[in-house]
Design a protein around this ligand. Structure first.
Ligand code: ADP
Ligand code: ADP
Length: 246
């Protein structure tokens, strides 16, 4: 049972002699509850893979299934709605709104989805990243590591099928980066607690993480590392160590 499945995913930018093959027929599955790191040199297609897998960009050919839905079959409006409900995204930059508190930032995806962010739901999401006691703070009152944990809580508050992370520790120092990765590790295999699910064991699903990084030390926190080169899948390691990944 996969949170995300990529079938023969191909992305070509431009056409004719100027065409760039960013992805070439990539087949890849991300099982529920798994934590996968996507590695590869600059220009190997990591960002393109993440953008297509998250429904932020359309592949040239091939299919993307999220939570069993073929997202290629959704029009732009439905795709946007689907993305808000079923995916979470964490970027290198924290992208928190400075005028809102941590709790208000975490509640934003629910507002965008037309739901009222319940206090319990928001506090649970903050508790998952160890920040339930910082709910009333604004981003400027939090450290960089805390801000990125708020961004993770915000990404998880809708109980998405998958959390996509693009170089999530890129703006953090080594120690805070490690703390963030420990938080991500703990989330995997533990239920997503942003919604009503926490009160209803039947609805609880494990968190799934897909993370792009160029750093072997960061990748070593994942259960699995997949390697891209020139748009193709060229290798895979399970339960990696930093030495093996390098
Ligand atoms: P990575 O994330 O591994 O650095 P990217 O997915 O950003 O790789 O890029 C893969 C290839 O596609 C590169 O050759 C890059 O220059 C090219 N590329 C990425 N985005 C675009 C775009 N919007 N237009 C044209 N070429 C692009
Ligand atoms: P990264 O390597 O970390 O993915 P880049 O600096 O390569 O970052 O790319 C940043 C943005 O520019 C991405 O959205 C990517 O799709 C786009 N991009 C990359 N290469 C090209 C290109 N040759 N032409 C146009 N856009 C590009």
């Amino acid at each position: 049972d996969d949170a995300v499945r990529l079938e023969s995913l191909t992305k070509t930018y431009g056409s004719g002699t100027g065409a760039v093959s960013a992805l070439r027929e990539v087949d890849l599955s991300f099982p529920r509850g798994s934590f996968t790191a996507v590695m590869g040199p600059s220009g190997s297609g990591k960002s393109t893979l993440l953008q297509c897998a998250a429904g932020l960009d359309r592949p040239t050919s091939g299919r993307v299934f999220i939570d069993g839905t073929d997202i290629g079959g959704l029009n732009e409006t439905r795709l946007t709605e689907f993305r808000r409900e079923s995916t979470g995204f964490v970027f290198q930059a924290f992208n928190l709104l400075p005028s809102l508190t941590a709790a208000q930032n975490v509640g934003l995806p629910l507002r965008l989805a037309g739901r009222k962010p319940g206090r319990k739901t928001v506090l649970r999401a903050l508790a998952q990243v160890g920040l339930e006691d910082q709910a009333g703070k604004r981003p400027s009152q939090l450290s960089g590591g805390q801000q990125q944990r708020v961004a993770v809580a915000r990404a998880l508050v809708t109980r998405p099928a998958v959390l996509f992370a693009d170089e999530p520790t890129g703006a953090l120092d080594i120690t805070t980066g490690r703390e963030l990765l420990e938080v991500l590790r703990k989330l995997v295999g533990s239920p997503v607690m942003g919604g009503q699910a926490a009160d209803d064991p039947e609805l609880v699903e494990p968190t799934t993480i897909v993370m792009v990084t160029h750093d072997p030390n960061v990748a070593s926190y994942a259960d699995r590392v997949v390697f891209l080169a020139d748009g193709a899948l060229v290798g895979e390691l399970t339960t990696p160590t930093a030495e093996a990944v390098a």
